[in-house]
Design a protein around this ligand. Sequence first.
Ligand code: ZN
Length: 152
Amino acid sequence: MSQSYASDEKGVVLTCPECQTANRIAYARLDQQGRCGSCKAQLPLVSWPVEVSSAQGFGTMVSQCPLPLVIDFWAPWCGPCQMMAPEFAKAATQAAGEAIFVKVNTDEQPEIASRFRIQGIPAFVLMRKGEVSAQTSGFQPAAALLAWLRRA
Ligand SMILES: [Zn+2]
């Protein structure tokens, strides 16, 4: 089982490990460890994939996130995408603090997929400072995805 974070128009939702309160971390602050608004405990770095819930939120994340974004375009009916999910999650954990790993369900967010001209899935887009820095596609182990991120 891999874990993931929910997101909305303004940020990523992290659950406080101490008091279980849901905290929203603004996209512009995804490189920092915030504190829980309720108990003030330090929140963990984003270390699992972030599920995109709206094109608007995705646009804000792309324009404001200070870390590179590794975007996985996938769909529930796609076998290789299912195989890829635990590898993508593993890469997200290993690259915590270095890049934010993002999942876009192409069935739910077709306009984002068409904006990036996604043909086959799984497809991966690396964005730095709002610009596409590299693209690749097809199943790959976590180590290969990390190597791609670090050389692109
Ligand atoms: Zn707390």
